[in-house]
Design a protein. Structure first.
Lengths: 289, 356, 369
């Protein structure tokens, strides 16, 4: 009995810092935000209330699901393109590079940009994609175009390009880890059983590295979903994303209740995606044990 | 505790204590923290003020009048002064973000244009809450090397001209609604009803394919013009065109047929500021020759104190800035407080940006 | 029966500069069970991987059923492999693993099911067809790997250390099972192992490898009774190795000068000239200890010595004898049921070691005299 009590106290002692941390930095802020989402907007600010008007507004006013839909579309594209660029690179690193030093160097080359400011990296794309930017200068110089085109910058294309560039490392890292974990003998066994390299990739390598792809794609998707800088820097008139609406509601509109309601909805969407991906990753991980 | 750890803690505490002392000594020497527009805290005239007054000036910039309230609602203690435009001053007063100005400490207040001094936006319950600083218009600006003299735009309709597809920009602000309303023939841009707002929204959505980007800071618009991304946009009259001229980018401002909005900025004192002394030093500097011409020379805006302006400006500059032309000011659609309608305007503008 | 595998002067040097396989030539008959035996790093696995197609040789050629497959990728070779770690696909069930090759080859579903059932029957795993590999025991996984490798009836089945991951008991059972499977299927088995017992028990022929080269090829009893080098002699079982000089050859017998003694050995195909340095290897169980030298056979070699120690090992006792020449000689003493432990020679007692000439294996001493 006494021992049990002591054990319980010890468990609490070990657990309490993380629990406290989560409580202070996660649970309480979310709770506050949740509370705000029922407040009432009253010029010039807002007042405490308990009503569902803010949620109702999100449903009835088309602009919110238009932006949510657009944000989801861009996030999916960024996730997809990040995988299309990052996964082959990780594959190349793991299976094609024979020298450990070259592999480590190339891996670092992908990771190093993460230490460079996000803003700077996004800005770089402005100078590349602009009407008088590097890409246009090259196309005109080489004679492919007669005059500079403005189709590269200030639209969803440039947002997807910039965000993809920024989030590719987040794909490469987990994809690399999951590919490296696949025993080479599995790939040899497949070939040994008469299966050509491409089919081997589809039947063995790809399914076994899918947890890494799922993890990376989830990161890219969720980070894009909450991004408000790319729309401001390289987005055009159709670049408005959900995080920009949030900034606007917590800022210019001074409508914290509506902003809070929208935050809760966004949070739910992101949490759903994360838990789906988590389920997928867990089932995949079990297999390689 | 090992002696090394103790030593480390001791030295850390010493450093912390030292920096606290340093910080508080800087505090006592005087400082003033501004939440203001780009250009209102420019070194060209603020450096001298810091030297003369012993007050350190630091500034945080806003891109829109709608940025003041959220920054102040987030909690006080950070800013001492703000410089909102006349459509926003009342909101600051009603929300209790600012305190009344002690006019006994502002000797030259009566030199300010009467129209500004007595403006409803800064007068509340018999007290004055703002000291007018500058005024100007929101004209339009185009690149003269891209749009020829023969095509020189005169009407806002040019902003819906497919000829300029991808070369048009607008301020990312409810001001776009004012533009769209005027194009639709509504001059009562501050009192639009729901139907008129909806019409303005449709008009702006219709324009979206022609728009390169909505600009949100002065610097961004300058970059857009300089980089050849945009040929025509509304602008903070005098400011961005000056910056572009410095970069040898040929631009010209014009007041469209449908009229231009006008604005007037006032310095307001954030409630509970601890730096009262420096705040009043700053206000007095702002409406003196030094502050008025300092602001006008750098920003290209007009001055609020014609007495001071007359002394420090050339006759040419005085005329160019319409300092002697009260009719000009009357011709502008001076921004007014939208009150509770602000939310609708903001939502309409958000809906435009959300639309596909 | 013709030869199914012909390896001709295979050489493999890895990018680091290590020559793993050096001039290996080998012929394997159809239906044979051949084992490549050697310590780790001797090149045996590399030979196997070259036959499978996972490594390509720098030199030499590989023929499979008469066809040159040296340049063919693994998926075009009619050989299948049982991997050391089994390499079962973790995301597939047992039956999916076994039917994998057939499924990708486009074999009709019903036929796959049929063949998978047969293949699993063979290893008695039908009841676990729907399990995932991680739900199986080590032995079961091994059997899945086997049935997956034989389902396409390869010309040759390659086994890379197939028993090394199993515990000792299971390993002994599986030795027998693999041997039976070989007999039942009639396929050619090529196995790699570092375990000499495994090699002796299971194989028709053993290829002993040393530093990338073939040290000796022969049946298990060949290798045991007539090792061709000290390396083979010491790698397989325990041997006493004595060196001497040929004094005289007469017919099938040769006389060898060893220390102060003369020993007689059987030539066994070797040709020696007088004075050649020669190695003699004698298995401990093929020598005996005599209390009375007179009781030895007429031709027996007799070596005098003293007992240093005797280790009781159950069915035998192993005695170490210090010979007059200075060498130590090991003799295994069989303990028939009548014998008591007290009959064992005592430490320090003088004994005579007797070896029949046909139990003295000889080969030319390496390095000359």
């Amino acid at each position: 009995m006494k021992l049990q009590t002591r054990k319980r106290i010890a468990t609490l002692g070990v657990l309490s810092p993380p629990v406290l941390w989560a409580l202070i930095f996660l649970f309480i802020p979310y709770l506050i935000m949740f509370t705000y989402s029922f407040y009432l907007k009253k010029f010039p600010t807002f007042e405490p209330a308990f009503q569902f008007g803010n949620y109702a507004q999100l449903v009835t006013d088309a602009q919110y699901y238009q932006v949510l839909f657009r944000t989801a579309k861009i996030s999916i594209m960024v996730g997809l393109f990040s995988v299309l660029l990052g996964y082959p690179f990780a594959y190349f690193l793991v299976f094609k590079i024979k020298s450990d030093r070259v592999r480590a160097m190339l891996y670092m080359a992908v990771i190093v940009p993460l230490w460079v400011s996000y803003l700077l990296r996004a800005y770089t794309w402005k100078t590349i994609l602009g009407s008088e930017g590097i890409l246009n200068s090259f196309l005109v110089w080489s004679g492919i175009l007669d005059a500079p085109t403005d189709i590269f910058l200030y639209n969803q294309f440039s947002m997807v390009v910039t965000l993809t560039y920024i989030y590719v490392p987040f794909i490469v890292m987990p994809a690399y880890a999951s590919l490296e974990k696949i025993p080479r003998s599995l790939i040899e066994a497949s070939k040994d059983l008469g299966v050509r390299p491409l089919r081997t990739f589809w039947s063995i390598t790809l399914p076994l590295s899918s947890p890494g792809i799922a993890a990376g794609m989830t990161i890219a998707f969720c980070l894009t979903f909450g991004d408000f800088i790319a729309p401001a820097l390289v987005g055009g008139p159709n670049g408005f994303m959900i995080a920009n609406v949030l900034t606007s509601q917590f800022g210019a509109a001074l409508n914290w209740p509506l902003g809070a309601a929208l935050s809760i909805v966004t949070l739910l969407i992101v949490l759903t995606i994360i838990s789906l991906s988590d389920t997928l990753q867990r089932s995949g991980k079990l297999e390689l044990e | 505790m090992s002696s090394r750890v103790r030593k480390f803690l001791k030295s850390t505490m010493a450093v912390t204590a030292a920096s606290c002392i340093f910080a508080s000594s800087a505090w006592s020497a005087g400082q003033v923290n501004l939440l203001t527009w780009e250009g209102y805290a420019d070194d060209s005239f603020i450096k001298q003020f810091e030297k003369d007054s012993g007050c350190d000036v630091s500034a945080t910039y806003v891109g829109s009048n709608d940025d003041f309230a959220p920054k102040l609602a987030g909690g006080g203690g950070v800013y001492d002064m703000i410089s909102p435009s006349i459509d926003t001053t009342k909101i600051m007063i009603e929300a209790g973000f600012v305190e009344a100005v002690d006019l006994s400490k502002v000797a030259r207040f009566n030199e300010v244009y009467e129209k500004f001094r007595t403006a409803e936006g800064i007068n509340h319950d018999g007290k004055v809450y703002g000291v007018p600083f500058s005024w100007g218009s929101i004209p339009f600006m185009y690149r003269t090397d891209k749009i020829s003299e023969a095509d020189a735009p005169t009407s806002l309709k040019v902003l819906w001209d497919p000829k300029y597809k991808g070369k048009i920009s607008l301020w990312d602000d409810k001001s776009s609604i004012y533009v769209a309303a005027r194009v639709a023939g509504n001059q009562n841009i501050f009192e639009l009803n729901d139907a008129e707002l909806e019409a303005a929204k449709q008009k702006l959505i219709e324009q979206k394919p022609l728009v390169r980007k909505y600009w949100s800071t002065a610097g961004e618009l300058v970059d857009l013009f300089a980089g050849g991304e945009v040929w025509i946009s509304n602008t903070w009259g005098g400011y961005q065109s000056n910056l572009l001229a410095e970069k040898n980018i040929p631009v010209k401002e014009f007041i469209p047929e449908e009229g231009a909005e006008g604005w007037m900025d006032s310095w307001m004192i954030v409630k509970g500021t601890a730096n009262t002394e420096c705040v009043y030093k700053f206000i007095n500097m702002a409406i003196s020759e030094h502050g008025q011409c300092g602001m006008s020379n750098y920003n290209g805006y007009s001055s609020s104190n014609p007495v001071a302006a007359k002394k420090c400006m050339s006759a040419e500059q005085f005329t160019k800035l319409h300092q002697d032309d009260p009719d000009y000011l009357d011709s502008l659609l001076l921004w007014v407080n939208l009150g509770a309608r602000l939310e609708h305007y903001t939502n309409i503008w958000n809906a435009v940006k959300a639309a596909n | 029966m013709g030869s199914i595998i012909q390896l001709d002067r295979l050489r493999k040097t890895f990018p680091g500069g290590v020559t793993a396989v050096d001039d290996v030539s080998l012929e394997i008959e159809e239906g044979e069970y051949v084992t490549l035996l050697g310590p780790s790093g001797c090149g045996k696995t590399t030979v196997l991987r070259m036959v499978a197609g996972f490594e390509s040789p720098n030199n030499g050629s590989i023929r499979l059923a008469g066809e040159d497959v040296t340049e063919l990728p693994p998926y075009r070779r009619q050989v299948n492999m049982v991997f050391q770690d089994y390499a079962l696909f973790p995301h597939m069930s047992v039956s999916q693993n076994v039917g994998y090759g057939l499924r990708i080859a486009g074999v009709p579903k019903s036929e796959i099911a049929d063949q998978v059932r047969k293949a699993l029957d063979l290893v008695e795993l039908t009841s676990k067809a729907d399990r995932r590999p991680n739900e199986l025991s080590g032995g079961e996984r091994q059997r899945v790997a086997l049935s997956r490798a034989i389902i396409r009836q390869p010309k040759v089945l390659l086994l890379d250390e197939p028993l090394s991951a199993l515990d000792a008991n299971l390993r002994e059972n599986m030795r027998v099972e693999l041997r039976h499977l070989h007999q039942r299927l009639g396929l050619t088995f090529v196995m790699v192992t570092h375990d000499q017992t495994e090699a002796l028990v299971m194989s028709d022929r053993v290829v002993v490898m040393e530093q990338g080269r073939v040290a000796q090829i022969g049946t298990p009893s060949d290798l045991y009774d007539h090792p061709a080098s000290t390396y083979v002699a010491s790698f397989i079982g325990v041997s006493n190795v004595l060196t001497g000089h040929v004094v005289k050859s007469h017919g099938e017998e040769i006389t060898i000068n060893y220390g102060a003694e003369h020993m007689t050995a059987v030539r066994n195909g070797h040709a020696y000239s007088d004075g050649d340095p020669v190695c003699m290897t004698i298995r401990p169980e093929k020598a005996s200890l005599l209390a009375n030298p007179k009781s030895a056979g007429k031709k027996a070699n007799l070596l005098k010595g003293t007992v240093r120690e005797v280790l009781f090992q159950g069915s035998i006792a192993r005695a170490s004898i210090d010979l007059a020449s200075g060498d130590t000689f090991i003799v295994d003493l069989f303990l028939p049921n009548t014998s008591a432990q007290s009959d064992l020679p005592q430490h320090g007692s003088a004994v005579t070691v007797a070896v029949e000439p046909h139990n003295v294996n000889t080969f030319a001493a390496e390095g000359g005299s």
